[in-house]
Design a binder for this molecule. Structure first.
Ligand code: ADP
Length: 918
């Protein structure tokens, strides 16, 4: 009856009770049926909410029922008696009214009594739905709890899909608070395959989910606030549902249903049911995510501890054991799994030297709660260097039964060893400063002045002064008066440029001066203002004095080198001169300053240079010296021969750095040697010529005899004899002349065969003039002869002397002729004269042809030296003449006088005793 009344209430607004209804007071529905099942009458309050009965002709009961919604009524009412009848009628609107009743006979028909069981049915459905909901929630929770962390997103998505399918929701998503930024993020979103893609996994959502408003259905008829509008847009401007989840952290998750009509499941699913579903998903998910965070955090901590070589330890008073973190255990080289040990075993891990201190500190911690912090070494007997250091910290936490003794150990080997090394380096530095000859000082900057503020301990042994003695004024007093200006300049430069370097003398306590090298640097504060100067004094007295001595010694050597008559130079392995002394410069007609840079090779022929370079390459630290005679070709100059001594200078690796050389001009000596060689050659030539002369002389003699005979016969009176005689006399004289010339050639070979004779050189001069005078006059050369009639005698060969004089006169004539070719008005002359000089008689042959190039002056006696065109000169005349005169004990020389060359044949005079008349 209670249910029925509720139903009436619910429908009364739709079906008002008709006025004057007699049966309106009776509850339920009573239907009078005829024996065929037609509804004849209807009574009861409920009939108003149902399809109108009693209107029109009576209809069968089944026609009032909702087709298919109820058990079909078979047969006639008489068949239904004794059965409980569940009948569904169409109510107002879409509502269905569920009824249950029974049939009893009434007059000649039947009375069907029905009661409304709609509420009863709804309650059953709700209970059913809730049970289903609970089962689903439990199943999903279970899955989310048990799946692996990697599969969590997949399982979550599957769960959302199950929710969507169960309640026929197109789009379902779960939003969680974002860790990184304010707002929410969809952890997982499911959209049915035929639904619009309303949400995506990972999607960021703004702060619109921040406001907590319980389970909220969203429909489109509400008044739109701004927040509401944002929510509408989140739900695609369609109806939806959002279910919050709160845990100990506050509002932590939202379960969102998209395109979910307001009416759907509204009667079956209460707010708490939805909350249960949401909690079933969000609760385990958040727990798993926090678990994941913790796992990651733990992993990070463990790897960090591993990296740092650190880890916790804890003393448990109950079992009297010390527990250490696993990774700490491995860096302490404990057995795997052995992370607990008694106190003694723990102490034994550390170096005996540190053990007592650690034990005592540990006791203080246990007994007096005194925090523990100390660095200890591990005990590693097999390991040599460096020790492994740990920093151990310990403290008590809580009190009473909650009291814990915990701490950590940190590997500080690196820092500790560095610190030890730094300490050692510091000590070494201190030691070095104290024992070095350098004095380190600090000068404080005060209003533009630098005042001594610190000196290293080395000041005392070096100068005998102490810091107290060193006032600014005293310092200046100790500086050598000549060097004070340098000191003032050093201070000015230091303040101006920030650093300075100077050298000056400073007096020590005993009054001796020391040469100090002062290097200073100015230190400035953040604003760039000077604070102090830091510098050092290095005692360079010895070095300075040594340098002085070296300088003086160098000066002496320099003078020696400069004044040496020998040519001295230094050059690089590529033959470039770096230094040359005065004699070398003089020889090369330049100044010593012009020598550096000149390449020695430029004076050598290609072959000579190759030899030279090869010789230099042969120098080694073991054999640094080489001696050679080199030949130089100086431009516009004669060939020069130098005796040359080289000494290589090497570096520590044995590389040749430079060569020091001393040279002497050997040209003169060389030439004499050549002359000697030439004489030998001439002797051979002479022998050849003698043979030749002999051969020619024989037929000439025969010819002469024949001519003499002809002349004899002709003198017997032939008419044509005059003419013939004249001719033959000429022939005779020519033959004689030829014989004399040939005789000249013979002089070479005759030396040893024929005795030298004493004769008057006048004869030879006469002979020469007789031979050449006519020819010379014909060429317009004036012959000047004087002093020919001297009455001295010489020893030798008159023919040879004549040959020499002819040679000299012919050379003079040639020079004159070639001069006249350029100067037509030229008046050539040759002078021939004799003069007694001491024990010698000198025969001069002089011309006015301009003389010989002074550089060639000495070479004219060289065999084959000629300046005449090829074919004209042989270059033998003077060299043969030289040999002839030399052979006679005399000397042939040449000099340039004013107008031309002057040759002198000097012969020793002999007594006239052995004179043989010619
Ligand atoms: P040649 O017969 O080839 O000239 P010599 O030995 O007689 O050979 O002379 C050598 C060189 O000396 C000559 O070529 C010439 O240059 C030089 N000479 C000799 N006499 C004179 C002179 N009176 N004046 C100038 N040059 C001379």
């Amino acid at each position: 009856m209670r249910l029925f009344t509720r139903f009436l209430k619910r429908n009364s607004e739709h079906v008002p009770e008709p006025a004057g209804s007699s049966s309106g007071s009776e509850a339920g529905l009573q239907l009078l049926l005829d024996q065929y099942g037609h509804v004849v009458e209807s009574h009861g309050g409920q009939r108003h909410g149902l399809t109108r009965f009693n209107e029109g002709a009576p209809r069968l009961l089944r026609d009032y029922l909702i087709p298919g919604s109820t058990l079909a009524l078979e047969g006639v009412p008489a068949d239904w008696v004794g059965h409980s009848l569940d009948l569904d009628f169409q109510g107002a609107g879409q509502l269905v009214v569920h009824t249950r009743g029974w049939l009893e006979p009434h007059a000649d028909g039947w009375l069907l009594r029905l009661l409304d069981i709609t509420d009863l049915k709804l309650g059953t459905q709700q209970a059913h739905s809730r049970q289903h909901c609970t089962q689903l929630s439990l199943s999903m929770t279970e899955q989310l709890r048990q799946c692996s962390l990697e599969r969590l997103p997949v399982v979550m998505l599957e769960s959302l899909q199950r929710v969507a399918q169960h309640w026929h929701v197109p789009c379902v998503a779960l939003a969680l608070r974002d860790d990184a930024q304010p707002g929410w993020r969809l952890y997982s979103a499911f959209n049915a395959f035929d639904a619009p893609q309303l949400w995506t996994t990972g999607q960021m959502i703004g702060a619109e989910l921040n406001s907590y408003s319980g389970v909220q259905r969203l429909d489109l008829q509400r008044q739109a606030t701004e927040e509401q509008l944002r929510l509408d847009s989140l739900f695609g401007h369609a109806e939806g549902l959002r279910v919050p989840y709160r845990d100990h952290c506050g509002l932590s998750a939202w379960l969102l249903f998209g395109f979910y009509p307001r009416s759907a499941h509204s009667t079956l699913m209460s707010e708490s049911d939805w909350s249960q579903v949401c909690a079933a998903l969000a609760g385990p998910l958040l727990a798993r995510l926090r678990e994941k965070q913790q796992v990651e955090h733990r992993d990070r901590m463990e790897s960090l501890q591993g990296l740092l070589g650190t880890g916790w330890w804890e003393w448990s008073p109950g079992d009297q054991q010390l527990h250490v973190a696993p990774q700490l255990g491995s860096s302490l080289l404990l057995e795997p799994g052995a992370h607990s040990m008694p106190r003694e075993a723990w102490l034994a891990l550390f170096h005996p030297a540190d053990r007592d201190e650690l034990s005592s500190r540990f006791n203080e911690l246990l007994e007096h709660d005194k925090g523990m912090l100390l660095s200890v070494r591990l005990h590693q007997p097999s390991r040599i260097e460096p020790p492994q250091w740990y920093r151990i910290q310990g403290q008590t936490q809580g009190s009473g039964s909650q009291r814990r003794i915990v701490g950590f150990m940190l590997d500080v080997s690196l820092i500790k060893n560095q610190q030890l090394q730094a300490d050692a380096a510091h000590a070494r530095l201190d030691n070095l400063i104290a024992s070095s000859p350098a004095v380190i000082y600090v000068q404080r900057y005060e209003e533009g002045a630098l005042l001594p503020a610190f000196f290293s301990a080395s000041l005392q042994p070096l100068l005998g002064w102490a810091l107290e003695d060193c006032t600014s004024a005293a310092l200046i007093e100790w500086i050598h008066p000549d060097d004070r200006e340098q000191y003032f300049e050093r201070t000015r430069q230091l303040l101006r440029d920030g650093s300075a370097r100077a050298r000056y003398r400073l007096r020590d306590q005993r009054g001796n001066y020391h040469w100090l090298l002062d290097e200073a640097k100015l230190l400035r504060d953040d604003l760039g203002l000077p604070v102090e100067a830091v510098g050092l004094w290095l005692d360079v007295t010895e070095a300075t004095e040594t340098a002085e001595r070296v300088k003086r010694s160098e000066e002496r050597y320099r003078v020696l080198v400069e004044d040496s008559p020998a040519m001295i130079c230094r050059y690089l392995p590529d033959l470039t001169l770096t230094f040359g002394n005065q004699p070398l410069a003089t020889y090369l007609e330049c100044t010593p300053a012009q020598l550096p840079g000149i390449n020695l090779g430029s004076w050598l022929s290609t072959e000579q240079r190759a030899d030279f370079v090869q010789r230099i390459a042969g120098l080694s630290p073991q054999n640094p010296v080489s001696l050679a005679e080199i030949s130089l070709q100086l431009p516009g100059r004669e060939h020069a021969w130098w005796v040359w001594s080289d000494r290589g200078v090497f570096d520590a690796q044995g590389n040749l750095l430079e060569i020091q050389a001393v040279g002497r001009d050997n040209t003169e000596l060389r030439r004499s040697q050549q002359q000697l060689t030439h004489s030998a050659k001439m002797a051979t030539l002479g022998e050849m010529a003698t043979g030749l002369a002999h051969e020619i002389n024989q037929p000439l003699n025969v010819m002469r005899m024949a001519v003499v005979n002809v002349l004899k016969r002709l003198s017997n009176g032939d008419v044509q004899a005059d003419y013939l005689q004249d001719k033959l006399t000429r022939i005779d004289s020519q033959i004689q002349r030829a014989a004399r010339v040939v005789d000249h050639m013979r002089v070479f070979g005759r030396r040893s065969e024929i005795e030298q004779q004493v004769f008057n050189p006048h004869q030879a001069m006469e002979g020469t003039l007789a031979l050449l005078a006519e020819g010379l006059r014909g060429k317009g050369v004036e012959l000047r002869s004087e002093g020919l009639a001297c009455s001295v005698f010489v020893r030798g060969y008159v023919d040879q002397l004549e040959q020499v004089l002819i040679n000299l006169v012919v050379n003079a004539r040639d020079a004159l002729m070639s001069k006249r070719e350029t100067d037509r008005d030229f008046q050539p002359w040759i002078a021939l004269c004799a003069e007694s000089v001491g024990n010698n008689v000198c025969l001069w042959v002089q011309d006015n042809a301009g003389g010989i190039d002074p550089r060639l002056l000495e070479r004219v006696f060289e065999p084959f030296f000629t300046t005449k065109p090829i074919g004209l000169g042989t270059g033998l005349g003077l060299s043969v003449s030289y040999g002839i005169i030399d052979n006679m004990g005399g000397r042939l020389s040449v000099s340039n006088t004013g107008p031309g060359a002057r040759f002198c044949v000097a012969l020793p005079v002999v007594e006239a005793g052995g004179l043989l008349e010619h």
